[in-house]
Design a protein around this ligand. Structure first.
Ligand code: SF4
Length: 275
């Protein structure tokens, strides 16, 4: 941590400290936090996930991913002290991006810097934004800046929303697979049980609203649907980067979730004030 703060990635660490306060511990507060973002990526259709980090970290992350039923390979760009120090690791990641960018297989490829490449400042932001029509996304998810899986999910959700938002600003984008509601929708931010959107939809219906897309999502074009909403309900409190992207897109944010009688009443009041 100390060397990362003094080193090339001081700005990254400062931003993470703002977004994800560490509390009393200056270290990960769960098993490798990067599992959160890895799992979100693995659940998305036509999205490839590639890790860059120490072999032992990647072993643990792939083991847990497959334990939890990932049905896809996790990509890996290995490094040595030499490739890390000379900058060759970045070149290897770039080469991997070109190899992976097959538009017949993928809409996007997500590269994740784990602890060592993040601390060393391997500059994933310099990767091309797109190769052969495949979106290339780079994120840093070090255990010394991201406390738990929840914040790691936000790192990837925020990066994906940022990319999709820029695409919307540049021109027409694909319509969502499911029919768009003729009512204003409320995007639901945070992972939830399958029945939750239906229950929330039942609360929204008398207000003339509909439950919208859940973020993190399962398909690229669902990001467009999420951004095409009337408001965003931040059901989980950890999604700082995602909230920033929605706010930047001009979407009002309603905090918390409809839980309990008083909580649900005040949530509905907030919705009423917003629409
Ligand atoms: S990436 Fe960092 S937090 Fe994750 S297992 Fe490796 S050292 Fe631990």
């Amino acid at each position: 941590m100390g060397s990362a703060e003094k080193g090339a990635n001081k700005e990254l660490i400062e931003n993470m400290r703002k977004d994800y306060p560490l509390g009393p511990h200056d270290k990960p507060q769960s098993m490798c936090p990067a599992f959160g973002s890895l799992r979100v990526g693995l659940r998305m259709k036509r999205v490839a996930t590639v890790l860059s980090g120490s072999a032992c970290c990647v072993y643990g992350l792939t083991f847990v991913s497959h334990f939890y039923g990932a049905r896809r390979s996790v990509g890996y760009v290995p490094f040595s002290s030499e490739t890390l120090v000379t900058g060759k690791l970045y070149e290897d990641i770039l080469e991997s991006a070109h190899e992976m960018a097959d538009p017949d297989r993928f809409d996007a490829v997500v590269f994740t810097n784990l602890c060592v490449p993040s601390a060393s400042g391997v500059p994933l932001r310099l990767l091309p934004k797109e190769i052969n029509g495949v979106r290339i996304i780079g994120i840093d998810v070090p255990g010394f800046g991201i406390p738990t899986h929840a914040e790691a999910k936000d790192v990837l959700a925020g990066a994906l929303l940022n990319y999709a938002k820029n695409e919307i600003e540049s021109g027409p984008v694909a319509a969502p697979a499911s029919k768009k509601s003729d009512r204003p929708t409320v995007t639901l931010l945070g992972e939830m049980f399958p029945a939750d959107p239906m229950n929330i939809g039942a609360i929204l219906e008398p207000l003339g609203l509909a439950a919208g897309q859940v973020i993190p999502c399962r398909e690229w074009r669902e990001l467009y649907a999420a951004l095409d909403c009337g408001a965003v309900a931040a059901i989980h409190p950890f999604y700082t980067a995602a909230v920033r992207e929605f706010e930047d897109a001009g979407k009002p944010i309603i905090g918390s979730a409809p839980v309990g009688v008083e909580g649900t009443n005040s949530w509905i009041d907030n919705l009423g004030d917003t629409f």
